[in-house]
Design a protein around this ligand. Structure first.
Ligand code: TYD
Ligand code: MG
Length: 452
């Protein structure tokens, strides 16, 4: 029997140490270093056959490599296809991360039920009955979807060999364990070993593998960072659990852009693709109310019209309250200071609440102008027309600054029937013959004179 080898891993960052120590020298966390058994001698791959041993790759001149675009398997889910860059690339490994209960298992089960291929859904978290119950809720039919409840990679590969699926889904990587490593499932060395085995399988058989990954309390995918380096694509499923909208984002994609994004709505019968997000994010209230303004923002590469609501009221306590939902509170304070100092609005003794509807949060500074418009509208108690929308950044001197991809934002606003678009005077707009009136402003006073 080979000598048992052990080594020490930090369970937080995955660094490896020769001996135990109290604090990890690389991530500075205490008590995270754990001894794990590694048995290097008997390393086997998913299929110890001759074919893989004899395959030696040779260097090829770059211009001799055929550049035909990768064949992709469309998933019949337009949002996922868009995020992946046009479908699943054969032999690729895709990692899907997200908070517990956000809907990762639902999304991948739904996709395996929708696909016109033979799929194998491997679950180490739920029983077959639970998966069946979930499938009944989703009510999609695929007679070629196999369910396996198994956590040992060697057994999974045995079943894969028998069924020969076109796509394999693993829920989740943290529940898998391999016989060649002795530490418990979910530990750094197990995750690394199981991922290596899955990559080998995917690359050699050309079968794509979709993995679900848990995330830690600070939002990173649990396990070593190397997991994200090893896979081809890292997707993140996010959203507020109390709201119905979910956003699928790609953080890394070897076969497409990372700026695309998919939006879903969680319904009682599974996830619904939202193909026109702007329509749902703007309330269809017929009357015009003070304190709301529409911003033309970008989520990834996708233009999105969102509604901003502000409430400005006299502070009842000595210190006025400032509270935001879906928007950076520091940025709100900055905008309030600019309004006070540069435009002469007395807001220091007022409570200001700001809310981005739909439960999504926005980082784009191009919504500054809409935020200011909403605050002023609430402060003056005068409504802004529902036909107006805004896209510009505010500088500390109170100047209205240009934003990127203005044409794309204008086109989206036009598509949704807006009549006036407020932008910075310094923005270069190359669009011509639009049906939307473009109002160019350079100072907050200009905005005020147009609106009220
Ligand atoms: P789940 O996919 O189990 O989350 P994860 O795998 O990311 O932990 O999602 C579970 C949540 O989704 C649960 O709170 C119930 C809800 N849900 C629906 O609202 N509608 C549905 O059709 C399904 C299947 C789940
Ligand atoms: Mg799950």
């Amino acid at each position: 029997m080979a000598k048992v080898k052990t080594t020490f891993f930090c369970q937080n960052c995955g660094s490896q140490f020769a001996k135990w120590q109290g604090q990890c020298t690389s991530c500075k966390q205490w008590n995270t270093i754990v001894e794990e058994v590694i048995q290097k001698e008997v390393k086997a791959n998913w299929q110890s056959n001759e074919k893989s041993k004899s395959r030696v790759s040779k260097p090829t001149l770059i211009h001799e490599i055929s550049s035909t675009t990768e064949k992709r398997l469309p998933t019949s889910d337009q949002e996922l296809d868009r995020v992946l860059g046009g479908g699943i690339v054969p032999g690729s490994l895709i990692l899907l991360g997200g908070e517990p209960g956000i809907g990762k298992s639902t999304l991948l089960l739904q996709i395996s039920l929708k696909l016109p291929y033979k799929t194998l859904y491997v679950s180490g978290e739920e029983s077959q009955k639970q998966i069946k119950m979930r499938a009944e809720r989703i009510s999609q039919k695929n007679s070629n979807c196999f369910v396996l409840t198994e956590t040992k990679t060697q057994n999974i590969f045995k079943q894969i060999g028998e069924i020969e699926p076109d796509i394999v889904i693993i829920d989740s990587i943290q529940t898998l364990h391999s016989d060649y490593i002795e530490s418990s499932a979910g530990s750094i060395s197990q995750i690394r070993e199981c991922t290596t085995e899955l990559i080998k399988f995917a690359k050699e058989s050309g079968t794509p593998v979709l993995l679900i990954g848990h995330i830690t309390k600070d939002g990173n995918i649990a396990g070593p960072k190397i997991l994200e380096h090893m896979v081809d694509t890292v997707l993140q499923f996010e959203g507020d659990r109390n709201h119905v909208y979910r956003i699928l984002r790609s953080l890394k994609n070897r076969f497409g852009s990372t700026s695309e994004l998919g939006i879903y709505e969680m319904l009682s019968d599974g996830l619904r693709e939202v193909s026109n997000p702007s329509e749902i994010l703007i309330s269809k209230n017929a009357d015009e109310l003070s304190g709301t303004a529409i911003a033309a923002t970008l989520e990834g590469a996708r233009p999105l019209m969102i509604e901003i609501q502000a409430l400005v009221s006299t502070a009842v306590y000595g210190t006025p309250q400032r509270s935001t939902t879906g928007y950076n509170a520091k940025r709100l304070n900055m905008l309030l200071a600019v309004l006070e100092k540069r435009a002469g609005f007395k807001l220091a003794a007022k409570d200001v609440f700001l809310n981005i509807t739909g439960g999504i949060s926005i980082d784009d500074t191009a919504i500054d102008l809409a935020v200011i418009a909403a605050i002023l509208s609430s402060n003056e108690d005068e409504e802004i027309s529902k036909a107006d929308c805004f896209a510009a950044e505010i500088g500390l001197a109170g100047e209205i600054r240009p934003v990127n991809r203005i044409d794309q934002r204008i086109l989206e606003a036009e598509k949704l029937g807006f009549k006036r678009f407020f932008a910075s005077k310094h923005n270069k707009i190359s669009l011509q013959n639009t049906n939307i009136e473009i109002v160019l402003v350079s100072r907050i006073e200009d905005l005020v004179s147009h609106l009220f």
